[in-house]
Design a protein around this ligand. Structure first.
Ligand code: BGC
Length: 721
């Protein structure tokens, strides 16, 4: 969407007769209890309870979440706007993460499309659908950078890269905020939970915080996000939900954020467990004074803070500022003018078509080699032909629940097209599809193996659909091992032992350890959790109706012991050298990942030639354009994601070996060549210098342009003052 349209759309969203003066006089008329009420956010259980409705009537609630359906939001909004003393409307929140009823790919999968427009489109559609059910505020996008696949919430974000993460964050904010308010969460550093253990402490250096974890939040703020959610974790001992540096100094003073901050679920009360508050009142005071405006689910602001305000331990101006931010948000959303916001959802067929397209774009082909049988030994296993007998095996092959992923709001299993259904729908009626479940997802029963092996023996190819349950990622779903759960690995090996070529289709919310499969299976397709159109999108790719173009938004390690492993690491004083023992590596495993960030294969091949820079010397205010010729050297039309990375050779602080700075998606016909321009603005080469101020330092930069973070043509330029 153009910037102009973005501004116009926002302007339309913000229009409301309630003026700033009106809000001032409204605050002046509020009792202290009514003010604290605006800062109180409570979860319902589908419907508001009678007690909650009573609190709304008494003006002691600013918003409710998890009220499902306009038939439930409308009556309680009516109580707020007609029966409460000051008639202030409520916010209705919900975790609309990757769809409301129409479930799109999980955010991590969608990030792999490297297509911010797609992310904007699904967020817009999800917001429109949610709005039709009375929701006016979502707790998305999750913009936490995650470098540790043990952490289950890696599924909810955009992976490990701050540049890709920032583009996705901004796109999703723009998309949602066409109709509802967005929330960038979890501010900040939640993805750095030590050892990938949920809610764990974090140790993030100020530089890594600024350069890696904060940029997607800044991008969300710049895109006009209405709210931020403060995180559960601490940062070097200071909990994010009571961290004045984060939610005041940085967010409001440095970035100029004018929206509001909501806590995470009871994260205000949890300041007691963190050991930075001795009582509920102290916890509430700490959070509010730090800049957390709205208290989700602790009820502390409403229940415990009035005496502290009356005794001046919390200045009234702090309360007033928080209240004003909530009221301004309600005004900006148009709630004073139109509290019920009746909306119609886009037609289901349109939503499903979008879900299928974006799911197709999100699939990553990890491996595609010769299947190893007879004359066809050397042709890649994929795409499959639509004739012959096909075995479809595995606990996720005909599963309707798991493709919805960990956060599926109102998604229904009955809406899901399974992989088996997608395959059957694609094939002529005469085609033979043999299905065997083989095993469960995470139990130990092997009784189904014999049927699976028998099916594979009769087929020309065995498609194994294996992976995780949806709820094995998401919140409170850290894993200490990243192999296929249960007996799925044994099932895979038993089927592969038949000699029938195997295509491994993965469904999972995080990088898995795929050593055996990578060495023994000819084709591996990463589908993540793709939502309602999972089966159709997967079949589109398996049979070549869609040529895969997804790329990994996160590194796949070889073994668990390599974690954390990410592409944009620093060089160390002893970079790995296979010929020198005393360098930075392991004695028992290569130092490289199994599948690097940015990798994704296609059914065609691309070559890169002729990398040229528009200048070899550029001033700080200049832009250098890298031009490279990309050629489709195969025999199918395909989409390449051309990626540009830089490396700052010498700086006052050690810089990453590579940093993604630009990419573009490019569709090429067989034999077609195109010169592609990628721009590097010198001002984007900033980092935090020795004095912890952002700086672009003159010097030599290497540029890599290629298909992923581990390959590419190279050039250099010099940045001068
Ligand atoms: C999660 C948030 C979510 C909130 C409300 C919390 O447990 O951490 O991401 O928005 O619940 O459902």
């Amino acid at each position: 969407m153009s910037r102009l349209c973005h501004m116009l759309c926002l302007t339309a969203l913000l229009a409301s007769p309630a003026t700033a003066q009106n809000l001032d006089s409204l605050v002046a008329r509020m009792t202290l209890e009514e003010k604290l009420g605006q800062l109180n956010l409570l979860s319902a259980n589908g419907q508001a309870s009678p007690q909650q409705i009573q609190l709304v009537r008494a003006g002691k609630v600013g918003g409710l979440f998890n009220v499902i359906g306009a038939e439930n939001t409308t009556p309680v909004q009516r109580v707020a706007v007609t029966e409460s003393r000051l008639n202030i409307p409520l916010l209705f929140g919900l975790d609309v993460i990757h769809g409301y009823r129409t479930i799109f790919p999980i955010p991590l999968a969608e990030a792999g499309s490297f297509d911010p427009d797609a992310a904007e489109a699904t967020a817009r559609a999800a917001g429109q659908e949610a709005a039709a059910f009375g929701i006016n505020w979502t707790y998305a996008p999750m913009v936490d950078i995650a470098r540790d696949p043990r952490w289950g919430r890696i599924a909810e974000g955009s992976g490990e890269d701050p540049y890709l993460g920032s583009l996705m964050a901004a796109a999703r904010v723009r998309g949602f905020q066409q109709t509802i308010f967005a929330t960038a969460k979890h501010f900040a550093g939640y993805g750095a939970a030590e050892a990938g253990r949920e809610y764990n402490e974090t140790e993030i250096s100020p530089r890594t915080m600024r350069e890696t974890y904060l940029p997607p939040f800044k991008a969300a703020v710049d895109a006009g996000v209405a709210s931020l959610m403060s995180a559960f974790n601490d940062i070097a001992g200071v909990p994010a939900s009571g961290n004045a540096w984060l939610t005041d100094t940085l967010l409001r003073r440095e970035w100029g954020f004018t929206g509001f901050v909501v806590s995470d679920w009871t994260s205000v009360a949890e300041l007691i467990n963190h050991g930075v508050a001795g009582s509920q009142a102290e916890a509430g005071r700490r959070a509010l004074m730090a800049g957390v405006d709205m208290d989700m689910q602790s009820s502390i602001y409403g229940d415990s803070l009035a005496p502290l305000v009356r005794s001046n331990r919390i200045p009234m101006r702090v309360v007033d500022s928080a209240v004003m931010r909530i009221l301004r948000a309600k005004q900006r959303l148009g709630l004073f003018r139109d509290p019920y916001r009746a909306r119609t959802a886009p037609p289901s067929a349109e939503l499903r078509a979008l879900a299928r397209r974006v799911a197709g774009e999100s699939i990553v082909l990890l491996k595609n080699e010769g299947a190893g049988r007879g004359a066809a030994c050397c042709a890649p296993a994929l795409p499959l032909s639509k004739s012959g007998t096909i075995a479809v095996i595995g606990p996720l092959a005909d599963n309707k629940e798991e493709p919805l992923g960990p956060w599926h709001t109102q998604g229904q299993a009955s809406d899901v097209v399974t992989v088996l259904q997608g395959i059957k729908a694609k094939l002529p009626a005469a085609a033979q599809v043999l299905y065997a479940r083989g095993s469960g997802i995470d139990d130990s029963a092997t009784a189904g193996f014999a049927e699976a092996v028998a099916a594979a023996r009769q087929a020309k190819v065995a498609i194994l659909v294996l992976g995780e349950r949806g709820e094995m990622s998401g919140e409170a779903a850290s894993r200490s091992s990243l192999g296929l759960p249960g007996v799925q690995q044994q099932l895979l090996e038993a089927v592969a032992a038949t000699g029938t070529p195997v295509v491994l289709v993965l469904m999972n919310g995080r990088p898995l350890i795929l050593e055996w499969a990578s060495d023994h299976v000819p084709a591996i397709v990463e589908t993540w959790f793709l939502g309602v159109e999972a089966g159709n999108a997967t079949a589109d790719v398996l049979f070549g109706d869609v040529n895969p173009s997804g790329r990994l938004p996160v590194t796949f390690p070889r073994v668990l012991g390599q974690i954390p492993l990410y592409y944009n690491h620093r060089n160390t004083g002893r970079p790995p050298d296979p010929n020198n023992k005393f360098t930075s590596k392991y004695i028992d495993v290569p130092v490289t990942p199994r599948y690097p960030f940015g990798l994704g294969l296609s059914y065609t091949t691309f070559s890169y030639t002729n990398l040229k820079l528009s200048a070899t010397r550029a001033r700080v205010r200049d832009t250098v354009t890298a031009t490279v010729t990309v050629t489709n050297t195969g025999n199918r039309e395909g989409m390449e994601v051309v990626q540009l990375y830089i490396r700052d050779e010498v700086a006052s602080v050690s810089r990453p070996v590579r940093e993604l700075k630009a990419f573009t998606r490019l569709s090429l016909k067989p034999g077609e060549s195109r010169a592609v321009d990628l721009r590097i603005a010198m001002r984007d080469l900033w980092f935090y210098g020795l004095d912890m101020k952002p700086v672009v330092e003159p010097g030599t930069f290497r540029v890599f342009v290629g298909p992923n973070s581990a390959e590419g043509l190279e050039a250099t330029f010099e940045c001068i003052r």
